[in-house]
Design a protein around this ligand. Structure first.
Ligand code: CMC
Length: 371
């Protein structure tokens, strides 16, 4: 059995995009605390910061929003491609396929270096793809993007057909900003590896979406909801958690490779939810389960420093604004598109192909064995 796994502690790149301090528990985007950005800035403003290195002025923001909005509509060919997919196809597979299809549409463009225009186009379009397929799966007519609404509000609008409540936009914006970027996580790394071969953006994003889909990464929030549904009431929580830990199961929404203290993104979402939805019985249950789980993890996994991570409260946020479970990971993806694409542009600006090594631990032919 190999003992070197998971590239833990290995530095794969230098980045100007974000700092994840797992010991002190903070997250910085290009010199700004992500927590503060989440409460005070729009999704577009923080996207601009990650892509361009500074927050936009009012004037730049107006133009930027207009450019963004111009990329929101689905082409007829993309709709036709999505229509070919089975109705019950899971949304992450739809997104991977749609991005792959878009990569074939832009085949005439030079694949290298990646173009900022494509980065903006793919990011602006992703929520429209989700909403289109979601409504189709329910037998509903698609809703065209509303140019009056910002990225997050328009996403909710295209899903439901009604202009969302400001409180829902505020809470989802906070989650989207906090989930936008997170250093060299599995999906970002996967995308950078593909791009480092001088491949195209669509191929890199397909790799990122594939990595995001897994339950140990972006698939966790829906598992958290499943856990809270199974627990149901506070009085059942302790016995349920103990049973899981004694069976060797992982508690979804806990633990992190980098954070050895509470994930600051979870802290921020808990705070926002406390302000906006403290009466929500699911949120109350979530707070109680977090408290118990952290104590039990310290007993069952001593020394591992397992605390709550962003996915735990992401589930509470998305449930509070009535997003269905099937859209949890796709929504995370719609937000992380910014971080992925910022990394792809950064990778292209100082590219060297990724080529790590492995240690061979198999058999050797007799003729090659040392005397
Ligand atoms: N519940 C119970 N035990 C756990 C958990 C958990 N959630 N997470 C880690 N452990 C244990 C694990 O069993 C192992 O114990 P032992 O040493 O006795 O075998 C020890 O802690 C170390 O685990 P690891 O797998 O080496 O840790 P990792 O750094 O490779 O994994 C992780 C990080 C996030 C995949 C893991 O903590 C996990 O599976 N958590 C649950 C899934 C989850 O919430 N994922 C969302 C992560 S946040 C979003 C993102 O950034 O991707």
């Amino acid at each position: 059995m190999a003992s070197v796994t998971g590239l833990e502690g290995i530095i794969a790149a230098e980045t100007e995009l974000s700092l994840v301090d797992g010991e002190k528990g903070y997250l910085v985007y290009r010199g700004y605390e992500a927590k503060k950005l989440a409460l005070n800035k729009s999704f577009e403003e923080v996207a601009y910061l990650l892509w361009h290195g500074e927050l936009p002025t009012e004037e730049i923001l107006v133009n930027f929003r207009a450019q963004w909005s111009a990329h929101r509509s689905l082409s007829e060919t993309l709709k036709a491609a999505i229509n070919l997919l089975p109705l019950e196809c899971d949304m992450m597979s739809v997104l991977r396929t749609a991005i792959s299809f878009l990569g074939t549409e832009s085949v005439k463009e030079s694949a290298w270096p990646p173009q900022y225009e494509s980065v903006l186009a793919y990011t602006a379009l992703l929520p429209t793809i989700i909403a289109y397929k979601y409504r189709q799966s329910l037998g509903l007519q698609p809703i065209e993007p509303n140019p009056e609404l910002d990225h997050v509000a328009n996403y909710l609008y295209m899903l439901t057909g009604t202009v969302p409540q400001p409180v829902h936009v505020k809470v989802l914006t906070a989650y989207f900003v906090l989930a936008m970027e997170h250093g060299m996580n599995a999906s970002t790394f996967a995308g950078r590896v593909v791009l480092s071969t001088q491949s195209d953006i669509a191929s890199a994003l397909c790799a990122s979406i594939g990595a995001m889909k897994g339950p140990l990464h972006g698939g966790a929030p829906s598992e958290v909801l499943h856990m809270l549904a199974e627990i149901g009431t506070k009085d059942r929580a302790e016995a349920w958690l103990i049973e899981q830990l004694e069976s060797g199961n992982r508690l979804m929404g806990f633990g992190h490779r980098i954070y050895k203290t509470s994930d600051p993104r979870a802290e921020a979402l808990r705070q926002i939810m406390t302000e906006l939805a403290s009466e929500d019985p699911w949120f109350e249950l979530a707070i109680y389960v977090e408290m118990l789980a952290v104590d039990l993890l310290a007993v069952y996994k001593p020394g591992r420093k397992l605390y709550v991570n962003v996915e735990f409260y992401a589930a509470a946020v998305m449930r509070a604004i009535a997003l269905p479970k099937s859209l949890f990971t796709p929504s995370f993806t719609a937000s992380r598109m910014v971080g992925w694409t910022a990394h792809l542009l950064e990778q292209a600006s100082c590219n060297r192909i990724f080529r790590p090594q492995s240690v061979y631990i198999g058999e050797m032919p007799a003729a090659l064995q040392q005397p």
